[in-house]
Write a protein that binds this ligand. Structure first.
Ligand code: 0WD
Length: 256
């Protein structure tokens, strides 16, 4: 019996088997959780249905977080399958390409700022708010994924760094809002991992090399490393932890 046995978790952001959300789903499944998934865009549906099958789940719902109606519909549909929800994983990020390359000011525009913050930051508290009726009365937890670029200047991360800073602040405000109901909110600041989203960041491979050379553990982290910490934070083992950003980055943030 795993430490997530009996927990029902909704996982967003599984796009491929390299996605951080895939590593989280794997670890949570190993610990006995029941899982449901969301996907964005019809062309990814079949793939996510397959991944869900691997984890013994047949709950796969469309959810483009840019649309309020899709966020609402996700929980209307989920409530037909489950009587409640014990955890939500937000593993979603997007910024227009020009806003994550080169000089910060050159790539800055009102529209790219708006999109990066809408998709990458607003969507976390928005999903938590929509999930709240299903989480009420349960020892539930919400979790998001962030990056060092929220705290420090990381080359090319640019506007996304601002969006991640907002996302990290939302973890603290969510913790304050949900805490009296016994619901927790946390974030994981993951080290760089080669996923589809990461390949959109210019010179990403040089960041991987730099971390491997300088991080205390002298290696990059894997989606399994992140998944295991996520499973812990979503579980009752972490019942006293909320409003926290946990670095899973081989210690890199301590030496920069
Ligand atoms: O190095 C990395 N890979 C790190 C990623 C280091 C630290 C943090 N992160 C964060 C990312 O910023 C993101 O928040 O982890 C989260 C997951 O990222 P990932 O696993 O690296 O990326 P990926 O497998 O590409 O999944 C991110 C997904 C999207 O992929 P694309 O490539 O299509 O943007 O977020 C989803 C989508 O599946 N997504 C959306 N979901 C719902 N509605 C939307 C949307 N509008 N837009 C993107």
């Amino acid at each position: 019996m795993g430490f997530l046995t009996g927990k029902k978790l909704l996982i967003t952001g599984v796009l491929s088997n390299r996605s951080i959300a895939y590593g989280i789903a794997k670890a949570c499944h190993q610990q006995g959780a029941e899982l449901a998934f969301t996907y964005v865009g019809d062309r990814f549906k079949d793939r996510v249905v397959e991944f869900a099958n691997d984890f013994g789940s047949n709950i796969v719902l469309p959810c483009d977080v840019a649309e309020d109606s899709q966020i609402d519909a996700t929980f209307t549909e989920l409530a037909k399958a489950w009587d409640g929800l014990d955890g939500l994983v937000h593993s979603i990020g997007f910024a227009p390409r020009e806003a994550i390359a080169g000089d910060f000011l050159e790539g800055l525009s009102r529209e790219s700022f708006r999109i990066a913050h809408d998709i990458s930051a607003y969507s976390f508290p928005a999903l938590a708010k929509a999930a709240l009726p299903m989480m009420t009365g349960r020892q539930a937890a919400v979790l998001t994924l962030t990056y060092l670029g929220a705290e420090k200047v990381v080359p090319n991360y640019n506007t996304m760094g601002l969006a991640k800073a907002s996302l990290e602040a939302s973890v603290r405000y969510l913790a304050s809002s949900l805490g009296p109901m016994g619901i927790r909110a946390n974030g994981i600041s993951a080290g760089p991992i080669k996923t589809l989203a990461a390949s959109g960041i210019k010179d990403f491979s040089s960041i991987l090399k730099f971390v491997e050379a300088h991080a205390p553990l002298r290696r990059n982290v894997t989606i399994e490393d992140v998944g295991n910490v996520a499973a812990f934070l979503l579980s009752d083992l972490a019942a006293g932890v909320t409003g926290e950003i946990t670095h899973v980055d081989s210690g890199f943030s301590t030496v920069t």
